[in-house]
Design a protein around this ligand. Structure first.
Ligand SMILES: Cc1cc2nc3c(=O)[nH]c(=O)nc-3n(C[C@H](O)[C@H](O)[C@H](O)COP(=O)(O)OP(=O)(O)OC[C@H]3O[C@@H](n4cnc5c(N)ncnc54)[C@H](O)[C@@H]3O)c2cc1C
Length: 536
């Protein structure tokens, strides 16, 4: 490990995900503090990494690059500019996400032939239910009525009407929240199974308050009004321009997946004098009172450990892992930290010759039967798969042979449960079997497969989380400790939130700790999240 000169201050950073790498690069840009990044994985990017399997690249979850923050938008484009040809038809560069449209603010552009670029992608994702495709967001149109059947559509309408007259009061659970807004029938059809698959908890056990905070802006009334008004709108209003701000989503996406962003950042960190140690794990924290003095690091390749003295400690590792290392005197703090809930995640990368099953449903325009979607929400109750990514449609560069179809089959699970514990071969077989069962593929078309397990992919807001304030206050009490990022703050962050927290942490470090508690304000009010919108 390289050592800083005698007078140079050291910031040890646990984790080379978006939060840790942003902090490292910002420290190098704005100070002479040396970042020493410790990453237990063999590659950088954290959950936003790209896994390269025999030349086929997997994005864990499908990462859209969009931020309300100008700072983040510029930061990303400074690392990877947008490819020139992406400015289609002379339109101003706008991207849209979760019904919010914004200018791209390009700082520079790159030739379309370049590799170090971001693409502008247009989102298509649909819901697969009853072995049929439904529009996402759900629309009240002829195709929905045809898919549901007239009788079922009427039942849903009646149940919705009923819910408007007799609300479940008091509204205690997430089930109450859904039923009051959508009616019992629609809740059971499109919301219940998916939410329970994602969180592994029954909707009756999730608080209504959580729904109100996380699932805003979804209204059947709005969808109905939109559908009814549509035939009366002028051509101008129904043009792409008019719909852009509401429904058509465009986002940025690195040509080789999200990991390309973070690999490029890591290279800049190394070039500018920062250290990044892969396959090294933070295993201990040495403190004197409220000051962190040194970090214990284990080299996972050799099994040897060493102590790194530091002036600052930036932690993006899970709060549940960091807190016991600090040896809190208060037993409650340890109890809460130890019981913070998480949801884990597995993705099967499946390489296919074709997807014959879908041809019959008229859902594919490609010769090999590949659907046009970026991803598909699987709402079928007889399978465990939650979402299906079609990596070809995120970026063709993710796929080694363009004639093949490269899929990501996503499962929400709990580390150690039945799914998680299956051997890779058995899991690939199981996952392929599920796609065959719902008529999407024939098993004989499978050419290859791989499994990626992501522990603690989702910091959850149940159980002990209601007491999280005590842990946060405890961590806040350390003069030179900066917990940031998704698991670092136990916050349901997107990349941009993790980056904003990192930037705020660097600012506070440079101001002697002033503004440190502001870091917790980032993403405190957010209402959009990648998975929960799935139930819209
Ligand atoms: C399915 C899914 C879809 C998503 N979609 C989007 C999206 O569309 N857009 C978006 O912006 N975001 C999306 N996200 C969120 C995004 O992945 C995260 O917000 C982002 O990766 C968080 O960055 P981070 O640095 O805070 O944490 P992480 O990415 O979790 O990085 C933390 C790093 O710390 C390392 N680490 C942990 N403990 C230790 C230790 N003891 N010692 C050393 N290293 C350690 C880990 O190995 C990891 O590399 C999605 C997430 C999921 C799960």
């Amino acid at each position: 490990m390289a050592v800083a000169n005698e007078h140079q201050k050291i910031a040890v950073i646990a984790g080379a995900g978006p939060a840790g790498l942003t902090a490292a690069l910002e420290l190098l840009r704005r100070s002479d503090i040396k970042p020493v990044v410790i990453e237990m994985d063999g590659q950088v990017g954290g959950i936003s990494r790209t896994v390269n399997y025999r030349g086929n690249r997997m994005d864990i979850g499908g990462h859209r690059f969009f931020s309300k923050s100008d700072w983040v938008m510029r930061w990303w484009q400074d690392i990877l500019p947008v490819a020139e040809e992406q400015d289609t038809a002379g339109n101003p560069l706008k991207i849209t996400y979760q019904r919010q449209s914004r200018d791209l603010l390009p700082s520079r552009r790159a030739p379309s032939s370049a590799d170090a670029v971001m693409l502008i992608r247009q989102r298509l994702s649909r819901i697969f239910y009853r072995r049929r495709f439904f529009d996402y967001p759900l629309k009240l149109n002829a195709s929905t009525v045809r898919n549901m059947g007239l009788l079922e559509t009427l039942r849903i309408g009646l149940s919705y009407g009923q819910a408007q007259f007799s609300h479940r009061l008091p509204e205690i659970s997430l089930e109450d929240f859904f039923v009051n807004r959508f009616g019992d029938r629609l809740y059971r059809t499109f919301f219940k199974d998916y939410t329970e698959k994602v969180w592994g908890v029954r909707c009756q056990e999730i608080s209504a308050e959580w729904g109100a905070q996380r699932i805003k802006g979804l209204s059947v009334a709005k969808a109905l009004a939109h559908a009814v008004a549509r035939p009366f709108r002028s051509g101008e209003e129904t043009s792409q321009k008019a719909t852009e701000t509401s429904l058509i989503e465009r986002f940025l996406y690195p040509k080789f997946g999200p990991g390309q962003m973070w690999e490029t950042v890591a290279q800049q960190v190394a070039d500018q004098g920062g250290d990044i140690h892969l396959r090294h794990r933070v295993v201990g924290v040495e403190r004197q009172g409220q000051d962190i003095k040194a970090i214990d690091v284990l080299d996972l390749a050799t099994g040897s450990s060493r102590r790194i003295p530091c002036d600052f400690f930036v932690s993006t590792m899970p709060v549940s892992e960091l807190t016991p290392m600090l040896k809190p005197e208060d037993g409650d703090v340890i109890r809460i930290a130890n019981h913070l809930p998480y949801r884990d995640f597995m993705t099967v990368g499946l390489l296919l010759k074709n997807m014959h099953g879908l041809r019959h449903s008229g859902s594919s325009s490609a010769n090999n039967g590949m659907p046009p979607d970026n991803w598909i929400y699987i709402q079928e109750p007889d399978v465990k798969i939650g979402r299906l990514q079609i990596f070809n449609n995120w970026s063709p560069a993710l796929v080694a042979d363009p004639k093949t179809i490269w899929l990501g089959l996503e499962y929400f699970c709990k580390a150690g449960d039945e799914l998680w514990s299956l051997s890779d071969d058995r899991f690939i077989d199981f996952a392929a079997g599920e796609l065959e069962k719902i008529g999407m593929i024939q098993r004989s078309a499978v050419m290859d497969g791989t499994v990626v397990r992501v522990p603690k992919a989702y910091p959850a807001y149940f159980g002990e989380y209601s007491e999280f304030g005590a842990v946060r206050d405890y961590l806040e009490g350390f003069s030179n400790l900066y917990p940031i990022g998704r698991n670092g703050m136990h916050r349901y962050n997107n990349q941009d939130h993790s980056m904003l927290a990192a930037n705020a942490a660097v600012s506070a470090m440079l101001k002697g700790g002033q503004g440190k508690s502001d870091i917790w304000q980032i993403n405190a009010e957010e209402d959009y999240h990648e998975e929960i919108e799935a139930v819209a």
